[in-house]
Design a protein around this ligand. Sequence first.
Ligand SMILES: [Zn+2]
Length: 54
Amino acid sequence: MEEIKKISCPDCGAKIVAGEKVEIGDILECSKCGTEVEVVSLSPFCCQELVEEK
Ligand SMILES: [Zn+2]
């Protein structure tokens, strides 16, 4: 069975869909606002927003 891994963007709430080969540590980008999140867990699928340090 295929499991579609997806989350809601922490910033704008848009759906961010991960690929089938997503792994912990991968960076996903919201197609709507550009917010980047890092995959921190696969089961359950969970991401953490990346905070840019300046
Ligand atoms: Zn977004």
